[in-house]
Write a protein that binds this ligand. Structure first.
Ligand code: ZN
Length: 355
């Protein structure tokens, strides 16, 4: 898959329009080494195929389209590469860009959870406004872990994870969070058997989120705050990062805290191949969370040859069965097999489970 990060800033963008902090003032004056950034959104499309999925429609979407040819019209007098929009939540900085797409000729396919659809029909009734323009073709994202595909974007499989966070401030149930207010999204490239976990708003790392992050080839997650109390410290707000639903990067329990650190032996740097890297990551994950490789891989949203690789250990002996590890792109590679060390030959009878 190809991922275009359209924007990586929090709500308000960077520099924020009314902010005179050292960073915002510095980037305006060009005296610090930083780049202005638009509000968070990604565009994901398969390797072969022009059309893709817009994850979140930020108020900066028009600027983001102007800056990225992949999203620009190519095939007719009216055209777009945006086959559908997937909303991670109903926050203003993730949803109000929908209004900027109102010139579309057909109803806009819009994937979101029920609570987000409700918020966007009540507290911030964008969907009702859009009905007077292109309209939306609402598609329901369920929270039962069911995989789904977006029509027009073959080869990508999606799965939502409910996250612990908060509904948008305008939401009628802001103080009564319900599952589905915020989701993380596992996006898998079916052909490559690779996946990315996208969660631009993340309040806590639950076991499910932990598995999803550890089992993905790439994570794009909430980096809004470095420390929990940076807003109070700057005198900008009395609320901490956690108070407003963001897990800080540093500090006790933060995203980079030791509880989430991966040992150096399990990182990709020392690995000689993608398969080895994936295997060491799974070993580490297993050591942390227990369960069988198949269980962990399934929770992590990955593909697994489920413990049925038939290995002929030595000529003349009964074949024996190896515990399975993640396959490497479903191409028959078998990273746990000793074939690479010349010890035995292996026929991975590919019982390749996909979610
Ligand atoms: Zn600032």
């Amino acid at each position: 898959m190809r991922i275009t990060t359209l924007g990586t800033a929090a709500g308000g963008g960077f520099p924020q329009w009314n902010c005179n902090c050292r960073n915002c003032a510095g980037v305006r004056a060009g005296v610090i080494k930083a780049k202005a950034r638009t509000q968070s959104s990604i565009f994901v499309r398969p390797d072969s195929g022009a059309d893709g999925i817009l994850f979140n429609a930020s108020p900066d979407i028009l600027e983001q389209i102007r800056a990225n040819p992949a999203l620009q019209p190519m095939r007719g007098v009216r055209d777009t590469a945006i086959a559908a929009v997937v909303l991670i939540d109903g926050q203003v900085d993730h949803a109000t860009g929908l209004l900027m797409l109102r010139e579309r000729g057909q109803p806009l396919p819009l994937w979101c959870t029920d609570p987000v659809a409700e918020d966007l029909s009540t507290g911030l009734p964008l969907l009702r406004v859009l009905d007077h323009y292109c309209g939306v073709q609402r598609q329901r994202i369920t929270l039962d872990g069911a995989a789904f595909q977006v029509p027009g974007v073959p080869g990508l499989t999606l799965r939502a994870l409910p996250l612990t966070s908060k509904a948008a401030p305008y939401s009628p149930h802001r103080e009564r969070p319900v599952p589905g207010d915020n989701i993380g999204m596992l996006i898998r490239d079916d052909a490559r058997c690779s996946s990315v976990f996208y969660a631009p708003g993340l309040g806590a790392i639950t076991p499910e989120v932990f598995d999803a992050m550890a089992g993905s080839d790439c994570v794009l997650v909430d980096g809004t705050f470095w420390s929990d109390h940076e807003m109070p410290r700057l005198g900008l707000s009395a609320k901490s990062a956690r108070d407003i639903g963001h897990l800080p990067q540093a500090g006790p329990g933060g995203m980079t805290a030791s509880s989430f650190e991966q040992p150096a032996s399990a990182t990709t740097s020392g690995a000689t191949s993608a398969a080895e890297s994936r295997r060491s990551r799974m070993e580490w994950l297993l050591s942390r969370s227990g369960g069988s490789a198949a269980d962990v891989a399934r929770r992590a949203g990955c593909c697994v040859h489920a413990a049925q690789a038939e290995c002929s250990h030595r000529p003349g002996r009964r074949p024996r069965f190896q515990t399975g590890w993640l396959c490497d792109g479903c191409d028959g590679a078998w990273p746990a097999c000793g074939a690479a060390r010349g010890e035995w030959r292996c026929w991975p009878k590919a019982v390749c489970r996909r979610w």
